[in-house]
Design a protein around this ligand. Structure first.
Ligand code: ADP
Length: 485
C-alpha cells in the first residue's frame, strides 16, 4: 500500500513530544513491512544543516491562503527502501527559533502556518507522480486535510486517497477565531456544527474528526475515554457519532532507538541476563546530576513536559512528603515556568535528594531511563505515553496512574502477580501517589520480587513490528469506505 503520513513533527528531524516519535517510527515500520511510506513535514530551522543529504525537488508551487498566494519549495530525503521524507520549505512560516512557540508563547500565526501546511499536504497527494492510497494525518495541525481532500473531490479530483486521522492528544484542538476559516478557502458550508465550527470558532481537530474516513487514537483505553463527557474535551458527542470509525491502537516503541544493549547515549550496556551495567548506569547518573553516589538508595526519575496533564501538582505534593524517607529523585523537564518554580522549591527543600534539569536533552533522557530504579508518571490523563514503555525496556519500574495508555501498557501486582511490570494507582491525588511510592520502596527492599518485576518489564514487547498491522487494517478499511462513498 502507498501511505502518505503528514505530521507537524517527525523524529529525528523535529520533536517536541511523543507525536514525533510515533510518526517517525510508524513510517519505518510500514516500510519494513513492505509498504511504500512517505512522510511530509515542515522544513524547520536547522534540519538542512543536520541532514545534509536533503535534496531539493525541482517543483515549486503557490497556494492560496485567503486572498494571498504563498509560495513553497519542496525538499526530500531518501531514508531507506520504501521510505522517503518530504519537507515543505516556506521560511517565513517554518524557519523560526521554535516549532510552535518561543519563550512559552505560541506563535500568533499558528493557524495560518498549519492551514498552509495542510494545503501543501493535499497538494502533494494530488499532484505528486507518486499517488498515495491513504493520507494519514496527525493531530490538529493537519486536521484540515480530510476537509480539503473532500472539497477538492467535489470539485473534480478523481479517486482521491482515503484519509485517516490519528488523535495523539484531544486536549490540543487548534481552535482559532472564525476569521481563520477564510484562510482555508473552503466553502462556508463546511463551517457548521457538524464540521469545522466549534461554538463560532474554527476547530481544526474537529474538522478532522468530522471528515476523515477513519479515526484512530493511541491506546484502546483512551479511545473509550474520549467518548465520555468527562474526557471528551467538548468533542465527545461527535466522537460518539463517529464511534464505528474510531479505534484505539497502542503506540509501539522504536527499540532501535530505545534499547540498553546498543545505545550510544548509555555509559554501560545491559540486558535481562546481564544486569551489572544497570547498576553502573545508576552510579553514573547520580554522579552526573550531583546526587550522592549510592547504589542502595532507591532512585526515582521523571522526564516530562511540565504541563497540567502530566500530574505535576500531585507529584510535587507526594514528593515533598516522601522525600523525607530514604530516596532520591531526578527530573528532566521543560514547560510552564510556574511548575519549574515548584520543582526548584522542592530541590531547595531536599538539596541532597533532588536533582532537576530544565530543558530538552535526549542523552540525559536515555541516561535517566537507564539509571533510575523507578519512573514516575502520575498523569491526569495520558493518551498513550511513551516514557513508561521506554522505562519497561530499561528495567526501570514505572509508577503510573491507571489512565489511557498508561493503564493499557503496565501490569500491576494486583492484576497479575506473576506478570507484574509496574505499580498503578487510581485516584488523582498526592496521597494515592505517595502510597504508590511507598509500595515501590517496599518492592526495592525485596530483591527477589524486584528482580521478577524487572525481568517482566524488560521482556514486555511493544515493538512496532507487532503493532503495524493494526494500522494496515485501518488503511484497508479506509479504502473500502472510500469505495462505498
Ligand atoms: P507527550 O507526547 O505527551 O509529551 P510522551 O510520553 O508520549 O508524552 O512522549 C514524550 C517524548 O518526549 C518521549 O520520547 C520523552 O523521552 C521525550 N521528552 C519529553 N520531555 C523531554 C525533555 N525535557 N528532554 C528530552 N526528551 C523529552
Amino acid at each position: 500500500m502507498k501511505i502518505l503520513l503528514a505530521s507537524s513533527e517527525v523524529y529525528p528531524y523535529s520533536k517536541t513530544g511523543g507525536l514525533a516519535d510515533m510518526v517517525g517510527a510508524l513510517a519505518v515500520a510500514l516500510a519494513n513491512a513492505g509498504h511504500e511510506a512517505r512522510v511530509v513535514t515542515p522544513l524547520y530551522r536547522g534540519i538542512r544543516e543536520k541532514f545534509p543529504a536533503l535534496r531539493k525537488v525541482d517543483w515549486y508551487f503557490n497556494l492560496p491562503i485567503g486572498l494571498r498566494w504563498v509560495p513553497a519549495e519542496l525538499w526530500e530525503l531518501e531514508v531507506a527502501r520504501g521510505l522517503k521524507i518530504y519537507f515543505i520549505d516556506q521560511p517565513s512560516y517554518f524557519d523560526r527559533f521554535g516549532i510552535y512557540q518561543e519563550n512559552h508563547v505560541s506563535y500568533a500565526d499558528n493557524d495560518e502556518r498549519y492551514i498552509f501546511f495542510s494545503k501543501c499536504v493535499a497538494h502533494l497527494a494530488r499532484y505528486l507522480p507518486w499517488r498515495p492510497d491513504v493520507i494519514h494525518v496527525h493531530d490538529w495541525q493537519t486536521g484540515l486535510v480530510p476537509a480539503l481532500v473532500k472539497h477538492q473531490k467535489s470539485e473534480g479530483w478523481e479517486n482521491p486517497p482515503s484519509t485517516c486521522l490519528t488523535i495523539h492528544n484531544l486536549a490540543y484542538q487548534g481552535v482559532f477565531p472564525e476569521e481563520a476559516f477564510a484562510l482555508t478557502n473552503l466553502p462556508a458550508s463546511l463551517f457548521n456544527t457538524e464540521g469545522a465550527e466549534f461554538f463560532g470558532l474554527l476547530n481544526c481537530l474537529k474538522a478532522g474528526i468530522a471528515y476523515a474516513d477513519f479515526i484512530t487514537t493511541v491506546s484502546p483505553r483512551y479511545a473509550r475515554e474520549i467518548t465520555t463527557e468527562e474526557s471528551g474535551c467538548g468533542l465527545d458527542g461527535l466522537l460518539r457519532r463517529r464511534q464505528k470509525h474510531l479505534v484505539g491502537i497502542l503506540n509501539g516503541v522504536d527499540y532501535g532507538e530505545w534499547n540498553t544493549t546498543r545505545n550510544p547515549h548509555l555509559p554501560k550496556p545491559y540486558s535481562v541476563g546481564r544486569m551489572a551495567g544497570k547498576k553502573n548506569n545508576k552510579l553514573d547518573l547520580q554522579k552526573l546530576v550531583g546526587l550522592p553516589v549510592d547504589e542502595s538508595v532507591p532512585l526515582f526519575g521523571t522526564i516530562s513536559r511540565l504541563a497540567e496533564q502530566k500530574g505535576v501538582d500531585i507529584q510535587l505534593g507526594a514528593l515533598s512528603e516522601m522525600l523525607n524517607t530514604n530516596m532520591q529523585f531526578v527530573l528532566l523537564g521543560s514547560g510552564s515556568p510556574e511548575y519549574e518554580r515548584g520543582y526548584r522549591d522542592l530541590a531547595r527543600q531536599f538539596p541532597s535528594k533532588v536533582a532537576i534539569q530544565f530543558g530538552y536533552d535526549e542523552t540525559l533522557a536515555h541516561r535517566i531511563e537507564a539509571g533510575c530504579d523507578f519512573f514516575l508518571m502520575p498523569s491526569r490523563f495520558e493518551p498513550c505515553g511513551l516514557n513508561q514503555m521506554y522505562s519497561l525496556r530499561y528495567g526501570t519500574i514505572p509508577i503510573v496512574r491507571a489512565t489511557g495508555g498508561l493503564d493499557d501498557s503496565v501490569i500491576d501486582w494486583t492484576q497479575n502477580p506473576r506478570l507484574a511490570t509496574g505499580i498503578k494507582f487510581f485516584e488523582y491525588n498526592s496521597r494515592s501517589l505517595a502510597k504508590a511510592i511507598r509500595k515501590a520502596l517496599v518492592l526495592f527492599n525485596q530483591p527477589k520480587l524486584f528482580q521478577i518485576c524487572r525481568r517482566n518489564a524488560m521482556k514486555a514487547d511493544f515493538s512496532w513490528e507487532r503493532t503495524v498491522h493494526n494500522y494496515v487494517s485501518v488503511y484497508e478499511k479506509c479504502r473500502q469506505l472510500e469505495k462505498i462513498n
